[in-house]
Ligand binder design. Structure first.
Ligand SMILES: *[C@@H]1O[C@H](CO)[C@@H](O)[C@H](O)[C@H]1NC(C)=O
Ligand SMILES: [Ca+2]
Length: 328
């Protein structure tokens, strides 16, 4: 029942969002439609002023970065030293940290929130605790235990739920690559976080097209794109932000300028090609710490620039920044 309640909440949020004001950066589509890896950190990347909050969160993850801020400088450096060993051991173990090892570490750190969310879902879905999550288990946990044919007979919006369930099942079948109707952890991750998996791209595009393509011609016209965001009240003049969205559609969504979006243009929009953020950050940390310029980092080089990698009690700008943020 709890899950059904949260589903209702989601529906309400979706409806609410359709009437909300757009944020200037993401655009009103940004929140719901676009699947994108989260930034490594929300802090400004402000090294020039000795503010390494961004690097700390990229390197350690937000939660662990906070833990480090409570450590003495000595403890903090000691823990960093152990991380250096782990980074190297996870790679070729040659005693230096290479760009690839640094990148792999940051990528692993950043996957933590995905692993955590999948673990939480796993505990909810694997009701018989047999270490596998079947479609029926997931369905029962999400939509309630209905006998076949009686789905949603007791709720008002039955058709909406039926559609959502059918859609979930279809996505589950795509995520379930070996087709045994049982999701492994990897397969459940693909179901929940399709943006991480190239083989989920087509299903996300298909779902988006289904939502938007009202005249069922297989394309998204500008009116369909706008209808996802805004419906005019009779006699109301179209607000400026909607005009901006029309412009966005022409300038950035309709890449081949044929007046509508095909599947590949929808894909470019909802699953945009992403920069390799961990690689960019790894390059940055390496460049800033590689004192002998041999293209790899010794433990001494990393510890010599430890303030950039991790914080400690001596690092208090993070707290100041947070406080400042809260006041705003
Ligand atoms: C799901 O619920 C239905 C209806 O109560 C039940 O027949 C079925 O065995 C359940 N499936 C699982 C895997 O728990
Ligand atoms: Ca259409």
């Amino acid at each position: 029942m709890m899950w059904r309640a949260s589903l209702l909440l989601l529906l309400l949020l979706l409806r609410h969002r359709a009437q909300g004001k757009p944020s200037p950066d993401a655009g009103p589509h940004g929140q719901g439609r676009v699947h994108q890896a989260a930034p490594l950190s929300d802090a400004p990347h402000d090294d020039a002023h000795g503010n390494f909050q961004y690097d700390h969160e990229a390197f350690l993850g937000r939660e662990v970065a906070k833990e480090f801020d409570q450590l003495t400088p000595e403890e903090s450096q000691a823990r960093l030293g152990r991380i250096v060993d782990r980074m190297d051991r996870a790679g070729d173990g040659d005693g230096w940290v290479s760009l690839a090892e640094l990148r792999a570490w940051i990528a692993h750190t950043q996957q933590r929130h995905i692993r955590d969310s999948v673990s939480a879902a796993w505990d909810t879905y694997d009701m018989d605790r047999d270490g596998r999550v079947g479609w029926e288990e997931l369905r029962n946990a999400t939509y309630g235990h209905y006998a076949p044919g009686e789905e949603f007979h007791d709720v008002e919006d039955a058709e909406t739920y039926k559609k959502m369930m059918a859609r979930d099942e279809r996505r589950f079948r795509v995520a379930d690559q070996d087709g045994d109707s049982m999701a492994t952890r990897e397969e459940l991750t693909a179901f929940l976080h399709p943006e991480e998996f190239p083989h989920m791209r087509d299903i996300v595009i298909a779902e988006t097209l289904e939502d938007l393509d009202r005249n069922k011609d297989g394309y998204v016209q500008v009116e369909e794109y706008i209808a996802d965001l805004y419906s005019a009240e009779p006699g109301e003049e179209e607000p400026a932000w909607v005009q901006t969205e029309r412009q966005q559609f022409r300038d950035f969504r309709d890449l081949n300028k044929d007046g509508h979006l095909d599947g590949s243009e929808v894909g470019h929009w909802v699953l945009p090609p992403a920069q390799d953020q961990p690689l960019v950050e790894a390059n940055h940390l390496l460049h800033e710490s590689d004192t002998d310029k041999d293209g790899r980092l010794s433990k001494a080089e990393i510890l010599g620039n430890w303030n950039m990698f991790v914080g400690s009690q001596a690092t208090n700008y993070g707290e100041d920044l947070t406080r400042h943020h809260d006041e705003l």
